[in-house]
Design a protein. Structure first.
Length: 262
């Protein structure tokens, strides 16, 4: 008997996001230039080690997220607001009860001052020492999966999940690069090895994204207010929400562009 062909899906880009510092504030974009074989621009370029991670710029390798200050282990990270000014090469940081700082990432003294500031902000929530590390100029980013060069979130799946658990869920919890509107709920679970068109770029699906306790943290309050991963498994028998993909052919993507899975 012939196999039933997988359904195609067509939608639009509802939002684009970059996360310049792993675990910290997402930043919305109107458009992005996606490089062939590369990474979503400006995403996870920096990370903050919580104790020595083993990251080596001369020989970068994928490292577990637990090596860094991330929401999975440190909910208080959501209370730190960051903004990356790539033209000035300044990372602006703020947290309640602490002075704002402008971090010149190319200056060791400025980086060290930021590390001390962040240590004071996060306090006992981290082990330390904290160190800002960079993958700029490398074929490397601080992603949760070594093949996940761009991440997509199907908003219909989030709404279906919301309906099942009876509460709203901010899509920012899932920290995806591309929010898709118009796909059927959960079709992205069939996205491995599928071709995708994203604006002027072509992607190749890698795997559904397995979710972790980072999604338990409210992005505004920095509180663990919902055990999202157990709820996913209880409702669907899996812990997936979103799709990792690679960039097969680069191009421009804008909010409102077509997103197609074939």
């Amino acid at each position: 008997m012939a196999e039933t062909p997988l359904a195609s899906a067509e939608g639009v880009v509802a939002a684009l996001w970059r996360h310049p510092v792993k675990g910290f504030t997402p930043e919305p974009l109107d458009a992005a230039e996606l490089p062939t074989g590369g990474w979503f621009p400006g995403d996870r370029m920096f990370a903050v080690e919580d104790g020595p991670s083993g990251f080596d710029r001369a020989a970068p390798e994928h490292l577990p997220k637990q090596k860094f200050t991330v929401l999975m282990r440190t909910a208080e990270v959501a209370g730190v607001r960051t903004h990356w000014d790539e033209t000035a090469r300044i990372l602006h940081v703020a947290a309640a009860g602490h002075p704002d700082r402008a971090v010149a990432v190319d200056e060791p003294v400025s980086r060290a001052a930021f590390e001390s500031w962040l240590t004071a902000v996060l306090g006992d929530a981290v082990s330390g020492p904290l160190r800002l590390v960079s993958a700029e100029g490398l074929d490397h980013r601080f992603m949760d999966h070594p093949l996940g060069r761009i991440s997509l979130l199907n908003l219909a799946s989030v709404r279906d999940f919301e309906a099942r658990v009876g509460r709203p869920l901010d899509p920012r919890r899932f920290r995806a690069n591309v929010w898709v509107e118009g796909w059927p709920a959960w079709i992205e679970n069939q996205g491995a090895d599928r071709d995708l068109t994203l604006g002027g770029a072509r992607l190749r699906g890698v795997k559904p994204i397995v979710r972790c306790a980072a999604t338990h943290v409210d992005p505004d309050t920095a509180e663990r207010d919902f055990d999202l991963v157990p709820a996913l498994f209880d409702q669907y028998g899996h812990r997936w929400c979103g799709l990792y993909a690679t960039l097969a052919a680069g191009g421009t993507v804008r909010v409102g562009d077509r997103v197609e899975m074939t």
